[in-house]
Design a protein around this ligand. Structure first.
Ligand code: MN
Length: 323
């Protein structure tokens, strides 16, 4: 009987996975994402146990995912840990197995708390790395964990982790190595190769920042850039900041040029998750995430119309303020 850990490939996912692995040694770690979860659940065989971390339940595949989770829970143990808003209309009680859910906290915090009595207290810094990675370190619980460390060094280590993860991209074998390393409570700075990757990534990000500054455009409350390369989430932040808008969007048209994948970041009275879950399907796409950080995929020929509709919707969320 195998225990699987299915987790996300970002810093919060990697740290959640490392905490779950430390509490469940010899588990198999596998990376997935909301749109791929239904298919990736096929790796789990009847009788296997499963821990899912940091994977949003998406409307599009919800029925299939719940059916497969039910099968897992019938024959083995299922623990599903997540912090994304649930699809509208889904009650937490409809998710089979043990469903550990909270919003406003990161998956690493939920995972650390869930397995706390099986983890060394020194593993708390791994939970903090994940929290910083997801901009969720300002919660009462994480603030308490931070007190046992030098906060500045936690940020330094997390910086290496986040930058190296951007450089590693879809090299899942390398990411798995990182999960193993963190599950042993080895800090990112101990790995020379990781430090080098982080430095190179940071230099590339600096070039990205300047590219975004030169090409950013706006529509209503949205500042956007297309095909600037590099990390879309960082491009979205810089777009917003340089244009002085509450919402930043960075899109990449995929190689087949049929869809645009985009990352969005916001400040202020905006809920990107609700906006994208409502608007994206109207244009043949999908989207969602967190209120201030989300993503979407839209067919390329509908992108301009989608952008206009999104601008109108976000303006209404922002109320009387004009942009
Ligand atoms: Mn997360």
């Amino acid at each position: 009987m195998t225990t699987w850990i299915l987790t996300h490939g970002d810093a919060d996912g990697v740290c959640s996975g490392a905490l779950a692995l430390a509490a469940n040694p010899n588990s198999h770690v596998y990376f997935t994402h909301p749109a791929g979860l239904a298919e990736d659940l096929n790796v789990v065989e009847p009788g296997d146990s499963l821990i899912v971390c940091d994977i949003s339940l998406s409307e599009n595949t919800l029925g299939e995912v719940l059916d497969k989770l039910r099968l897992v829970a019938e024959h083995g143990q299922l623990i599903y840990i997540d912090h994304h808003p649930l699809p509208e209309g889904l009650s937490p009680y409809e998710v089979p197995g043990e469903f550990v859910h909270g919003v406003g906290v990161c998956a690493s915090e939920l995972t650390y708390r869930f397995f706390e009595d099986r983890l060394s207290r020194d593993m708390s810094r791994i939970a903090v790395y994940g929290a910083i990675g997801d901009y969720a370190d300002d919660t009462p619980y994480i603030r308490r964990l931070v007190q046992d460390w030098d906060k500045r060094v936690l940020y330094f280590e997390t910086g290496i982790l986040i930058q190296a993860l951007d450089a590693i991209g879809r090299n899942y074998e390398r990411k798995r190595g990182l999960v193993w390393m963190l599950s042993e409570n080895v800090p990112p700075s101990a790995d020379d190769e990781l430090v080098e990757l982080a430095l190179e990534q940071t230099r590339r990000d600096e070039e990205l920042r300047l590219r975004v500054k030169n090409v950013v455009r706006t529509i209503g409350p949205i500042a956007y850039v297309l095909d600037v390369g590099g990390s879309p989430s960082k491009a979205a932040i810089y777009a917003r900041a340089y244009a002085g808008k509450p919402v930043g969007l960075a899109g990449e048209s995929k190689e087949d040029r049929e869809v645009v994948d985009m990352s969005l970041r916001a400040v202020g009275e905006v809920d990107l998750n609700i906006a994208l879950r409502r608007i994206a399907p109207r244009f043949g796409g999908s989207g969602g995430g967190h209120p201030k950080a989300a993503g979407a995929r839209i067919p390329i020929d509908r992108f301009n119309a989608f952008l206009r509709a999104l601008a109108v919707f976000l303006s209404s969320q922002l109320g009387a303020t004009t942009y």
